[in-house]
Design a protein around this ligand. Structure first.
Ligand code: FAD
Ligand code: SF4
Length: 518
């Protein structure tokens, strides 16, 4: 390939680094420096990625490229349909040969593997690579490492409080939490009454403009065999659209967000959730702007404290915390399997075809939109995989593939740690294990299901309930030291030996039926 020109610095922009105020621009000389971006097919096929996730990344990248070019930057951009190489490392090597930069600069990648791939390419060509902190976040991996130092156990609450104090968020004049407590979690667990959610505001609709139309057509054809649909594609692909998504959320859904944060309802995939994760993770939206907007809504009397604090805790708390856990523990974190779970992921995760109404709802909406809210991910699809004993690596790969907001630094600790307890308690102080009764309490799914959530054996037994008792029985010895598991284990021990035998037999049958193994 012909050389374009001698370049001082080539700044690498990855598909989830689409902020125009990134640190790479601090010392950028438009005459001598260039931006480099590449769409690499391997990133969509490494895990069997949902079409909407591929389309969102490609479309947002192309919008970003066009905006940067319009702002006078030189962007060396390779489209996947221009014959780009299959791996990022190869494509970068090609760009180094083409542009012959004196040095490379990048913001730290969101994924350990990608960071290593880029470092290897730079090493191979003997070219200096500057890696800058990602200023999009409130804290850095080294801030988190300092916080973690000397602590026996990490807990979200402590890191969250530190960040609240550091950034002065929801504090009174004495530096104390507004409302007299740091956390209103107990007010964030409401379920709907029988009539369900009323006057639910629809999420804003986004026009597919600029490169988005082309990308949607291209992905539909090129990645035809990939899971999911593009029919309902409605994700922000530019900072302008992301800002509108934020404004509409604050105006219409934030006031009820807190109360119904954990609730579930048939055919209502979004409820009062913000749908901002993909915009945040692609860095179309700045988390400071999001937190400020929520805090202002409280001060203006537009949204109650429990909603605002609950929402801010997700972004200032969980989002920063999981990133810290990821960088502190990679790469060995990926290999963890504390509960020695070995079952293959059942096919129903790719098809949504199952009699279990809750799972068919969650997988169905995931395939349609590339979205499920937190409790749908944690307490339905994640819970089922945990109870069944699915290999956490396979569960991780599914979550990384099917959600539009999936990037490894946030997906992996949530899946492998919080949802599968495969890290043995780094993310969560106990496994998030529950029976069908939890799902029944938080939703109306069970009303239209052929199973009965309170039955653990027999024709009508709910697979969640059977597998819940089976899970406790299988892991009793290793969980017995955990003080937070005592009540659940005590209830298990109230069951007779015959009941346990019947439950375990039925659990085995479910497992053989769903996974082909016992
Ligand atoms: P809201 O409910 O409106 O929350 C507001 C924001 O808070 C989100 O946009 C997100 O940025 C942040 N947030 C909320 N919960 C978490 C959390 N647990 N960790 C980090 N940030 C959080 N989130 C991702 O962004 N990408 C993922 O790949 C991802 N995978 C997950 C896998 C599993 C098994 C589980 C249990 C959770 C996962 N989450 C992931 C966290 C959470 O489910 C999503 O952030 C949330 O559902 C996105 O929807 P929303 O924007 O409507 O969020
Ligand atoms: Fe899900 Fe069980 Fe309820 Fe059916 S009965 S919807 S399988 S929890």
């Amino acid at each position: 390939m012909a050389k374009i020109k001698k370049t001082r610095r080539m700044a690498i922009v990855l598909g989830d680094q689409l902020n125009a105020d990134a640190a790479i621009f601090d010392d950028f000389d438009k005459q001598r420096d260039i931006l480099w971006m590449a769409e690499v097919a391997g990133e969509s096929t490494r895990v069997w990625t949902h079409k909407a996730r591929i389309a969102l990344f490609l479309s947002a990248m192309r919008h970003y490229r066009d905006a940067r070019r319009n702002a006078g930057y030189t962007v060396d951009y390779r489209q996947v349909d221009d014959g780009a190489a299959d791996s990022l490392g190869e494509e970068l090597a090609e760009a180094i040969r083409r542009n012959q930069p004196e040095e490379l600069v990048m913001v730290q990648a969101g994924e350990w593997r990608v960071q290593r791939e880029i470092e290897s390419a730079a090493e191979e060509y003997g070219i200096e690579l500057q890696v800058l902190d990602d200023l999009h976040f409130f804290s850095t991996p080294s801030d988190f490492a300092n916080h973690a130092e000397g602590r026996k156990q990490l807990r979200l609450e402590f890191y969250y409080r530190e960040l609240r104090k550091q950034y002065g968020i929801l504090l009174d004049e004495d530096g104390q939490p507004i409302g007299g407590q740091w956390n209103f979690d107990s007010e964030n667990r409401g379920a709907f009454d029988k009539s369900g959610p009323r006057d639910l505001p629809a999420p804003p609709a986004f026009r597919s403009h600029g490169p988005t139309q082309d990308v949607l057509q291209f992905v539909a054809k090129q990645f035809e065999s990939h899971p999911g649909s593009l029919d309902s594609f409605n994700w922000p692909t530019t900072p302008g659209q992301a800002e509108r998504a934020l404004e509409e959320f604050i105006k219409h859904r934030l006031p009820s967000f807190g109360k119904y944060q954990d609730a579930l309802w048939t055919d209502e995939p979004f409820l009062y959730h913000s749908l901002l994760s993909s915009s945040l993770n692609l860095k179309l939206l700045d988390p400071r702007q999001v937190v400020r907007a929520a805090e202002e809504a409280y001060h203006l009397g537009h949204a109650p404290l429990a909603s605002v604090e609950g929402f801010i805790r997700q972004i200032l708390g969980w989002r920063e915390y999981v990133r810290g856990v990821y960088w502190l523990n990679m790469p060995e974190y990926l290999e963890r399997n504390a509960l020695r779970a070995r079952q293959p992921l059942p096919d129903l995760y790719w098809s949504g075809e199952t009699d279990m109404h809750c799972l068919s709802q969650i997988v169905g909406q995931t395939l349609e939109h590339g979205y499920a809210h937190h409790i749908q991910r944690l307490m339905v699809s994640g819970l089922f995989a945990l109870l069944l004993g699915v290999d956490p690596r396979q569960v991780h790969e599914w979550y990384l593939a099917v959600y539009v907001d999936a990037v490894e630094w946030v997906e992996l600790p949530n899946t492998l740690g919080m949802s599968q307890y495969a890290d043995g308690g780094v993310m969560a102080s106990k496994p998030y294990c529950a029976s069908g009764n939890y799902i029944n309490r938080m939703s109306n799914y069970c009303k239209s299901c052929r199973f009965n959530p309170s039955k653990a054996t027999g024709e009508e037994a709910c697979p969640f309930t059977t597998l819940y008792w089976d899970f406790l029985a299988r892991h009793q010895d290793e969980l017995t030291e955990n003080t937070r598991m005592q009540l659940q284990l005590k209830n298990l021990n109230r069951k007779s030996a015959d009941e346990i035998i019947a439950i375990r037999k039925q659990a085995k049958e479910f497992r053989v039926h769903l996974c082909g193994e016992s």
